[in-house]
Unconditional design. Structure first.
Length: 266
């Protein structure tokens, strides 16, 4: 099985979640109301700027557009940085947040999550000519190796607890404000590894022309969900739409479009 097919197989695990019995029933009608959705545009192929057209595109845009269509609301997209997003949604600055956000209990204290729409696994992203290590264990033994990560993200905690020694102040972790900045540091040789789930990692590998690759096995599994201000009345209808998209194969078709068929920059 090819790496692409392995990644797709992992993504399709999200369809093992029970589909609501009423998924085939009529979905709620939100009456054409405006819903402001915020994202970062730094997580290909979930959401990013098309290098050819300059337009915002990706798996999450297609999914959200379809959800908006089925629930009859008008979506307005805005952008903010990852480190500001959860708090901004919590403060009701936006109605929904989407950027491959892992569903975690500590985040549930600030925001409500949708049901999972995707399952992904963490991998090690390295330069294409990397030969000094081949997986998490050999990297941990390579004492000069540096990891690039955003503080507070799943890759950061995976680096701390699944690759290194559990010390969140470990000097082998260099922190960056954005995921894209950490990848640029990897390309320039300032760090040796960036941890990423397979979805984003495959996007960067495909766009790199052989300058990047994924190595080792999966380091952890995470479920992605959309986020909402606490108590939002959008959670239930969006969950109903996610269930419908799973049931009729729409999410499976999006996985094929963005993780198998789409080629970055082509």
């Amino acid at each position: 099985m090819t790496k692409s097919k392995l990644l797709l197989a992992g993504l399709l695990a999200c369809f093992l979640a029970p589909v609501a019995a009423w998924a085939s029933d009529a979905l709620p009608d939100l009456g054409g109301k405006k819903v402001v959705v915020v994202t970062e545009n730094a997580y290909p192929p979930l959401q990013f700027i098309d290098p050819k057209t300059g337009k915002q595109i990706g798996w999450e845009y297609d999914a959200m557009d379809e959800i908006a269509k089925r629930l009859n609301f008008k979506v307005e997209y805005q952008n903010t940085s990852w480190d500001a997003m959860i708090q901004a949604v919590s403060d009701n600055q936006y109605n929904i947040g989407m950027t491959g956000i892992t569903i975690k209990d500590d985040r549930k204290e600030k925001v409500d999550f949708s049901d999972p729409y995707m399952r992904s696994e963490q991998f090690m992203l390295v330069r294409g000519d990397e030969s000094r290590f081949t997986d998490a264990k050999t990297f941990a033994d390579f004492k000069d190796g540096l990891i690039g990560a955003q503080a507070g993200t799943t890759p950061f905690y995976t680096a701390v607890y699944s690759v290194l020694d559990g010390n969140e102040q470990n000097p082998r972790i260099k922190q960056f404000e954005t995921f894209g900045a950490s990848v640029q540091a990897l390309k320039s040789g300032d760090v040796d590894v960036v941890l990423t789930d397979g979805t984003a990692g495959k996007g960067y590998v495909d766009a790199s022309g052989g300058k990047l690759k994924l190595i080792g096995g999966p380091l952890g599994t995470e479920d992605f969900g959309f986020i909402f201000p606490k108590g939002s009345d959008l959670v239930k209808p969006v969950n109903a739409a996610i269930a419908a998209l799973k049931a009729d194969g729409t999410l499976e078709a999006l996985n094929k479009k963005w993780f198998l068929d789409y080629k970055m920059g082509q």
